[in-house]
Each structure stands twice: as C-alpha cells, then as structure tokens.
Design a protein around this ligand. Structure first.
Ligand SMILES: Nc1nc2c(ncn2[C@@H]2O[C@H](COP(=O)(O)OP(=O)(O)OP(=O)(O)O)[C@@H](O)[C@H]2O)c(=O)[nH]1
Ligand SMILES: [Mg+2]
Length: 219
C-alpha cells in the first residue's frame, strides 16, 4: 500500500486556505485578516468600523484568542454574527480553524468577513487563512522602530494602520521613521494614521474596505 505523506504542515494549511478563499468568493464575500500585537486596537477598530460600514456592507467576524470570549462578547453587541476561536496555546489562527468557524456562520447576507487574528507580531504573518486582504496594525505605544524589527508582519500587508494617533503628543513616536522603514519593505500598501478613539482615518479605512469588496465581487 502506498503511504501518503503530507509534505509539510504549511502546505496542508495552504490547501485549506485556498478552499476557504474559493468558498468565500462563491458567497460574494471579502475576507479581511487583521494582524497586530496584543492590545494595539483590533477589536476596537472592528467595533467602530462595522457600525460605519452598516447598512451598506454587512459584516461578520471570526476572532482568535488563546482564551476567553471577551472580544466576541464585545463584538456581539453590534448584532452581527461573531465566532470566537480559542487557540489554547496557539499563537495564530490556522486555515482549518477558519474553515470550522465558517461552518458556524450563515454567509448569506454577509458582505465582509473580518478575521481578528491572535495578537502577535510574528506567527500570524506566516499563515494564509484564505483571506483576500491583510491589514497590519501598529499602535503608537509599541514604538516607531517596530516596522524595521518585525518586517514579516508589514511586508505582505495590503494596508497599514498606525493606530492611537491621538496619543502622538504624549508619546515620543516619529511617524516619519515608520514611513522610512516601510519604504524599504513595502511601497505597495497605503499607510493610514487612525484613531479608533477620535475617529480619525476611519472613514478612509471604510472606503478602502468598500473598494476592495467591490473588486472581489466584480472579479
Ligand atoms: N488612546 C487610544 N486607545 C485606543 C485606541 N484604540 C484602542 N485603544 C485602547 O487600546 C486597548 C486595547 O484595545 P483592543 O481593541 O482590545 O486591542 P486588541 O488589538 O483587540 O487586543 P487583543 O485582542 O488582546 O490582541 C483598549 O483599552 C482600547 O480602548 C485609540 O485609537 N486610541
Ligand atoms: Mg481583540
């Protein structure tokens, strides 16, 4: 009997990711994978952006955390479908976990699927979930050296959000340094200065999401 060998864990993940992408496209959805360090503002961004996108674009969320349903509880108040995926000790979501999450969602009537990845600047970047676009977020308290130190997070991003820009006056953070570092690794992705607290930049981000969703449905 011929023994079948899965060549690598990543190859297996990529096959599931491709199936996820196909399934989402067939349902007319844009899938947005959001990656950043813990606490940089992913859930708060979703709380604000999903309301702004509604009712024109209807959202659902898959949210990854090691433990608890705290983020799903916050997002559930928006009256949308939310699935919390607990990874246990896992530092990132996998395509299989996303496939399982999709089983729990009614995709009819959903235009945008946001995937909030586990807060981590390294591991999630290496794993395709079947998303169409990637959002990399950096918040000011993390420091203006992080693009250079964690390039794998920012290099494949389709848009980069510089969050908590409302704290610029109290933090010694130089946005020009971030732009210089990005110019070396990713000139394709726009950089948006945002604040989920004041609302700065959120309209521009919503516009970007709307345009990307239109490009998926228009082929
Ligand atoms: N000042 C300020 N605080 C913010 C902003 N966005 C988020 N926060 C705060 O940052 C903290 C963390 O926000 P979350 O949205 O929970 O962060 P997260 O990235 O989802 O965190 P994890 O899910 O644990 O990775 C909260 O206290 C937010 O109120 C912002 O634009 N400005
Ligand atoms: Mg969160």
């Amino acid at each position: 009997m011929k023994i079948k060998v899965v060549e690598s864990v990543m190859k297996a993940n990529d096959a599931v990711a491709a199936a996820n992408r196909q399934r989402l496209e067939a349902a007319g959805l844009l899938a947005v994978n959001i990656l950043s360090a813990p606490g940089s503002g992913k859930t708060t961004l979703l709380e604000k952006v999903i309301l702004r996108l509604s009712p024109k674009l209807r959202s659902a969320v898959l949210v990854g955390d090691l433990q608890t349903t705290r983020d799903a509880d916050r997002l559930g108040h928006l009256g949308i479908q939310v699935v919390q995926i607990n990874t246990g000790a896992g530092c990132h979501l996998t395509a299989t976990q996303v496939a399982q999450g999709l089983e729990c969602l009614d995709l009819a009537g959903v235009d945008v699927l946001f995937i909030e990845n586990v807060g981590n600047m390294v591991c999630p970047a290496a794993v395709d979930l079947g998303e169409h676009v990637r959002v990399a977020m950096l918040s000011l308290p993390e420091g203006d050296d992080k693009v250079a130190k964690y390039p794998t997070l920012f290099q494949p991003a389709d848009i980069i959000l510089l969050n908590k820009i409302d704290l610029a006056e109290v933090l010694d953070f130089d946005p020009a340094r971030v732009r210089q570092d990005l110019a070396r690794i990713n000139t394709r992705a726009p950089l948006l200065e945002v604040s989920t607290r004041t609302g700065q930049g959120l309209e521009a981000f919503c516009q970007w999401v709307s345009e990307r969703r239109a490009s998926v449905t228009n082929g």
